[in-house]
Write a protein that binds this ligand. Structure first.
Ligand code: BGC
Length: 716
C-alpha cells in the first residue's frame, strides 16, 4: 500500500516536472517568435522604465506593460505613473508585519502565507511584480532598513525567503528579492564600495539570494545601489554574470534598484535586464535618456553592439511575463480581505518576542488587574506609512493602546505620552511627572517605546530612525526614553517595557531593573491586537530573535573591526564571517539577548538527542521536546553545528536547522532534522570551492544560540 502510494507520488511529481518543462519550452518558442517580430526600438523600450513603476510592452504584438510595486510588507499606495500620491483610489489594503517580524516567527509556512497575501493583493491592484522580499544581512543594528530585512543569519534568511517567494508566486505575481547585494548601510548606499572576503561573500551575504534562485525559483531580483569590489552591483560582472546567472543559472530578470544603473556598456554586458528609476537617480533622466534607452538603439543600429545582447534581456522579461499572470489572470486576487487580515494577525502573534519575564510579571491577569499606566508615544503611533518605499496605506491599524483597550474593557488605562518623537527631543519635566503620576496610581505600568519610522518619505524626515536613506546615529534609545523608563520603574516596580522597532536598541540603563520586556517590532495592522493578546496571555509568545541584541554598539563586530558606515567611499567588512552570534559566541562577548532567544509562558524539555550518519553521508538528528508547563505553546527548536578541532577560523557554532513545534501541556513530539553535506562546509578561498573539514563535529540543540540543552557528536 505504502509502496503504491510512493509510486503514485513519484509519478505525480514526475508528471508535474515534465509538464513544467514542456510549458517552459513551449514558452521559449513563443518568446523567440515574438522577439523575431520586434524592431529594435520596441525591444529597447522594454528594457527601461516608462513610468515610475512600469516598463513598456509592445501593444501591436499584444505584450502589455510590466507593472511593479513596492514593497516587502504590503502593496504600496498608488503613485500612478509619477511620484505623487493618487487621490480617490482604492489603495488601502492589508498591512503585514515587517520583514524582521516575519523572520522572528521562525515559521517558514507563515512566510508562504505572508507571500500569498502580497501576491494576491498585488494582482488585485494590477501589479505583476511585488518588490520584496528584502533580505540583506543585518550587519549593524544601525542600518535604517533593518526592519525590512530578516536576519543576521544566512540560514534563517534562506529558509524564510523561499516560503515568501513561493507564496507570492503561487498567486501569479512575481516576487523580486532585493537588494542584491551587500546593501547594508543607507547613508551612502548610492556610492559606497563594499569590500569583503570571498568567504564572507559566500558564507554570509549570498546564501539567501542563492536559496531565492535555486530553491524559491524567484522570477526577479533587484540589483542594489552600492558597489561591490569597485563595480556597481546592478552591473557587476562577477556577481551577476559569474555567480547569479552563471553558477546559479538564474533565468529571470535582474532589474536595477531605482536609479542604480550608472553605465550603459556595463549594464548591457554585465547582466542588467531592466533599468528602473533613473528618473529619480543622479543624474535625473527622462525615460528615453535612460542608460538602457535610445543610446542602445543607436549602438545596435551603428553595429557597435550585437542585437542579441538586447534580445537576451527581452527574452528574460517575456519569460517572467509568461511565468506571471501578465497576459491573463486566473482569478482577480483579493484585497484587504478577512483572510488576509487573519494572516497579518497570525504573523504578528508569532513574531512577538518575550525577552524578559522576571517573577512571571507576564501575562497580566484580566481578572485581577484593575489599572494600567500606558506610557510612551509609540503606544498610539501608527506606522504603516512610515519608513520609505515600503510604506502602505493600511485599511486600518490597531495601535498598542487600542489593542489593549479592546481586550481589557474593565481595566482603567492611565495614558501619558512620555516623550516626543522628534530628533534630539527629550521629555520635559512635565512629561516625566505625568508618566510617574500615571505609573504610581496604576497596578502595572507599560512603557511602549523604542524606535520610530519617519513619516515623510519625500523629505527624509529627520525623525526617521527606521527608514530608507538614513541610518541610526547610534544604538541609544532616542527621544530621552532612558530617563523616562528609569523614572517609571522607580515609581512602579511592576513595569513592562514594550519595544517597537526594526531591531536592537541599547537597554543597558534599565534592563536590570525592569521585570518584563517585549519586542513587538512593527507588527502590521493587527500588531496592537496581537501585542495585547500576548500581554494578557490569550496568546503564548513563540517568537525568537532573528538578530542578536548586543549590549552596546561598541560590541558590534561591524563597528569594532570593520567600517560602518564606509570611510571615504569604501566599507571594508573586516569582521569577515564573524557577523552576529558568530562573532559574539566565538569572541566571548556577552550579548544583551542572544540570537534565537525568546521566552514562553510555558516550559520545554529537550531530551533523547540521537545523531546518526547514513552511508551517503546524510546526518540525521532526532530529539524529543515536551511541554512541561501548564499552557499550550510553541517552541522554535534550534540546531547548531560546532567543529571540535579546526584548522581554520570558524564560528563557535552555526545554525543549520530549526523547527517550530506547538505542544499542549504534557505533550511530547519527536523532531527530526536532516543535515546535508553543506551543513558542515566552509568556503575554501584557496581552492575557490566549498570544502568539508574532516573530524569530529558537535550537534548542539536548544531554544536559543545561548541555551544549548542537548548535544551529540558526529565524525566526518
Ligand atoms: C528602494 C527599493 C524600492 C524602489 C522602488 C528604492 O529606492 O531601494 O527597495 O523597491 O526604490 O520604490
Amino acid at each position: 500500500m505504502k509502496k503504491q502510494l510512493l509510486v503514485g507520488i513519484v509519478s505525480i511529481v514526475g508528471f508535474i516536472s515534465v509538464a513544467k518543462a514542456q510549458t517552459s519550452s513551449q514558452n521559449e518558442e513563443k518568446i523567440n517568435a515574438l522577439i523575431k517580430k520586434m524592431i529594435i526600438e520596441e525591444k529597447v523600450r522594454m528594457i527601461h522604465a516608462n513610468s515610475s513603476f512600469t516598463s513598456a510592452g509592445v501593444p501591436r504584438l499584444g505584450i502589455p506593460e510590466l507593472v511593479t510595486s513596492d514593497g516587502p510588507h504590503g502593496v504600496r499606495l498608488e503613485h500612478g505613473r509619477g511620484w505623487g500620491e493618487l487621490k480617490d483610489v482604492n489603495d488601502s489594503g492589508t498591512y503585514l508585519p515587517v520583514g524582521v517580524a516575519l523572520a522572528s516567527t521562525w515559521n517558514p509556512s507563515l512566510g508562504f502565507e505572508f507571500g500569498k497575501v502580497l501576491g494576491s493583493e498585488a494582482k488585485y491592484r494590477g501589479k505583476n511584480v511585488i518588490l520584496g522580499p528584502g533580505i540583506n544581512i543585518m550587519r549593524s543594528p544601525l542600518n535604517g532598513r533593518n526592519f525590512e530585512y530578516q536576519s543576521e543569519d544566512p540560514y534563517l534568511v534562506s529558509k524564510m525567503v523561499v516560503g515568501y517567494i513561493k507564496g507570492v508566486q503561487s498567486q501569479g505575481t512575481s516576487a523580486c528579492v532585493k537588494h542584491f547585494m551587500a546593501n547594508n548601510e543607507e547613508v551612502d548606499r548610492g556610492t559606497v564600495d563594499v569590500q569583503m572576503s570571498e568567504r564572507a561573500l559566500r558564507e554570509i551575504y549570498l546564501p539567501g539570494f542563492k536559496a531565492a534562485v535555486m530553491e524559491g525559483d524567484v522570477n526577479t531580483i533587484m540589483g542594489a545601489y552600492n558597489k561591490f569590489r569597485g563595480q556597481f552591483c546592478t552591473h557587476n560582472e562577477y556577481l551577476v554574470n559569474k555567480i547569479m546567472k552563471g553558477e546559479w543559472g538564474f533565468k529571470g530578470v535582474l532589474m536595477s534598484d531605482w536609479g542604480a544603473v550608472h553605465n550603459t556598456m556595463e549594464a548591457l554586458y554585465n547582466g542588467t535586464d531592466l533599468e528602473m528609476g533613473s528618473d529619480i537617480g543622479t543624474p535625473r533622466m527622462s525615460f528615453p535618456n535612460f542608460y538602457l534607452g535610445d543610446t542602445v538603439v543607436a549602438l545596435v543600429k551603428s553595429g557597435k553592439m550585437p542585437e542579441s545582447i538586447v534580445d537576451e534581456k527581452v527574452r528574460r522579461i517575456l519569460r517572467v511575463m509568461f511565468k506571471t499572470e501578465v497576459f491573463s489572470k486566473t482569478s482577480p486576487g483579493e484585497y484587504g480581505s478577512a483572510a488576509h487580515i487573519a494572516t497579518a494577525k497570525k504573523v504578528a502573534e508569532e513574531s512577538i518576542v518575550l525577552l524578559k519575564n522576571e517573577a512571571h510579571i507576564l501575562p497580566l491577569s484580566l481578572a485581577t488587574t484593575k489599572s494600567i499606566a500606558i506610557i510612551g508615544a509609540n503606544a498610539t503611533r501608527k506606522n504603516s506609512m512610515g519608513g520609505g518605499s515600503s510604506q502602505v496605506k493600511a485599511l486600518y491599524e490597531i495601535t498598542p493602546l487600542a489593542g489593549l483597550k479592546s481586550i481589557a474593557k474593565d481595566i482603567v488605562f492611565n495614558y501619558a505620552e512620555g516623550y516626543t518623537i522628534a530628533r534630539n527631543a527629550t521629555p520635559t519635566t512635565a512629561m516625566i511627572n505625568d508618566a510617574v503620576e500615571a505609573a504610581k496610581k496604576s497596578d502595572v505600568a507599560i512603557v511602549v517605546g523604542g524606535w520610530a519610522h519617519g513619516y515623510n518619505y519625500a523629505v527624509w524626515d529627520d525623525n526617521a530612525f527606521d527608514a530608507e536613506g538614513v541610518d541610526k546615529p547610534d544604538m541609544k534609545m532616542p527621544f530621552g526614553q532612558d530617563e523616562l523608563i528609569k523614572a517609571v520603574v522607580k515609581a512602579n516596580p511592576n513595569t513592562i517595557v514594550v519595544l517597537i522597532g526594526g531591531g536592537p536598541i541599547d537597554m543597558t540603563q534599565w534592563v536590570g531593573n525592569t521585570k518584563g520586556i517585549i519586542e513587538a517590532w512593527y507588527g502590521g495592522m493587527e500588531g496592537g491586537t496581537a501585542l495585547a493578546e500576548v500581554i494578557f496571555g490569550k496568546i503564548n509568545p513563540s517568537g525568537k530573535l532573528p538578530v542578536t541584541f548586543p549590549k552596546v554598539l561598541e560590541d558590534v563586530p561591524a563597528h569594532k573591526m570593520g567600517d560602518f558606515p564606509g570611510k571615504n567611499g569604501v566599507a571594508v567588512y573586516r569582521e569577515g564571517i564573524f557577523v552576529g552570534y558568530r562573532y559574539y559566541d566565538t569572541y566571548k562577548v556577552e550579548p544583551q539577548f542572544a540570537f534565537g532567544h525568546g521566552l514562553s509562558y510555558t516550559d520545554f524539555a529537550y531530551k533523547n538527542l540521537k545523531v546518526a550518519k547514513d552511508a551517503a553521508g546524510l546526518v540525521t538528528a532526532t530529539f524529543t521536546i515536551t511541554n512541561t508547563g501548564k499552557v499550550y505553546g510553541g517552541e522554535v527548536t534550534q540546531l547548531y553545528v560546532h567543529k571540535n578541532k579546526t584548522a581554520i577560523a570558524r564560528a563557535e557554532k552555526e545554525l543549520k536547522g530549526f523547527q517550530k513545534v506547538f505542544l499542549q501541556p504534557g505533550e511530547t513530539k519527536t523532531v527530526t532534522i536532516q543535515l546535508r553535506k553543506d551543513a558542515f562546509q566552509y568556503y575554501d578561498e584557496d581552492k575557490n570551492a566549498w570544502a568539508t573539514e574532516k573530524g569530529d563535529y558537535t550537534i548542539e540543540v536548544g531554544g536559543s544560540s545561548k541555551s544549548i540543552v542537548v548535544s551529540g557528536g558526529v565524525s566526518l
